[in-house]
Design a binder for this molecule. Structure first.
Ligand code: AMP
Ligand code: ZN
Ligand code: FE
Ligand code: FE
Length: 298
């Protein structure tokens, strides 16, 4: 039996390990395949892919995008097999970065009004200190949280979110998001397959509601559900597995590893489980079919 991880973050977004190091850790953890799914960017893909090739582990390009969804839920869509060089993806990333550039200064301004000593320059430095692609790196709340921890305003990343950065927090601002339709369509245009990330975070009230959401997303082109995830437990993993099977969707799984930004998450492990290689193979088969059809048509 061999295992994989199809959801993780690097310094290309808000993880703390550079892309190549995430791949090395995957190898050390005995994984046979990995997909890197940074928020809003494929900036880490080239580096990770090169390392995967040299270490002999299988690799898929990925991206994770937040879409509009009613409070208190959140809807994240994973895009697998997107072409990092496609123009469509480039324009998608620019849109997503703009949403962040509009939001982050508002958070910082609000924090300053609350007496917190913080500037946008510091936030940019925090986010970009460890990255080659400075201009295009998505800056997120975890970068702001890290500053609040370091300066002693809070004692942990979690507390930074609870007190300031999460919905209901003193300095919360939402970013502009794509609609679910836009997110799924843009992933398809970039040659990828769209998968619903961690459905537990939708916070749907009951199973009927969950099914309705999934059905609507499938109508928009969704092709899979992330059934194994660190926020899932045994019973939700089973529930999402059945749901995926009933809708004929791909099943995926991942840890949502962020390095030391999420200390309790280990690469390759989630919900007390490991992620079976079959999930990766089925996803890659689907992508191979898609791309064969696309090139035959084009
Ligand atoms: P952003 O991209 O700025 O919207 O921030 C999203 C990132 O913040 C994701 O990596 C989340 O996992 C992380 N995050 C969201 N809520 C919390 C929380 N309550 N505690 C810790 N991290 C969080
Ligand atoms: Zn993240
Ligand atoms: Fe997510
Ligand atoms: Fe994630």
């Amino acid at each position: 039996m061999s295992f994989v991880d199809l959801h993780c973050h690097s310094t290309a977004s808000d993880g703390t390990l550079p892309p190549a190091e995430v791949v090395r850790l995957a190898r050390e953890s005995g994984l046979s395949a990995l997909a890197l799914t940074d928020h809003d960017t494929v900036g880490g893909i080239a580096e990770a892919q090169a390392e995967a090739l040299s270490l002999g582990i299988d690799f898929l390009a990925g991206i994770e995008i937040s879409a509009e969804f009613p409070h208190p839920g959140t809807l994240h869509i994973l895009g697998y097999g997107v072409d990092p060089r496609s123009q469509e993806l480039g324009s998608l990333m620019r849109t997503l970065l703009e949403g962040r550039d509009n939001r982050n200064p508002k958070i910082v301004e609000k924090l300053r009004a609350l007496g917190v000593a913080i500037t946008m320059a510091e936030v940019e430095h925090e986010a970009r200190a460890d990255t080659a692609d400075l201009k295009n790196k998505p800056i997120g709340r975890p970068h702001i949280a890290a500053i609040l921890v370091r300066k002693g305003y809070v004692s942990s990343i979690k507390q930074a979110f609870d007190k300031y950065l999460a919905p209901g927090g003193l300095a919360y601002f939402d970013k502009e998001r794509l609609t679910p339709r836009q997110a799924i369509e843009r992933i398809a245009q970039a040659g990828g397959v769209a998968v619903l990330a961690h459905p537990v975070q939708l916070r749907t009230g009951n199973d009927a509601q969950l099914e309705r959401v999934v059905k609507d997303l499938v109508d928009l082109g969704l092709e899979g559900i992330e059934v194994i995830h660190s926020d899932h437990d045994e019973s939700t993993v089973d529930k999402y597995t059945h749901l995926a099977d009933r809708f004929g969707l791909l099943k995926t799984g991942g840890s949502d590893f962020h390095g030391s930004n999420k200390k309790d998450i280990q690469l390759g492990r989630a919900a007390g489980r490991r992620i079976p290689r079959d999930y990766f193979d089925a996803l890659r088969d689907r992508l191979n079919k898609l791309h064969t059809t696309a090139s035959a048509a084009g």
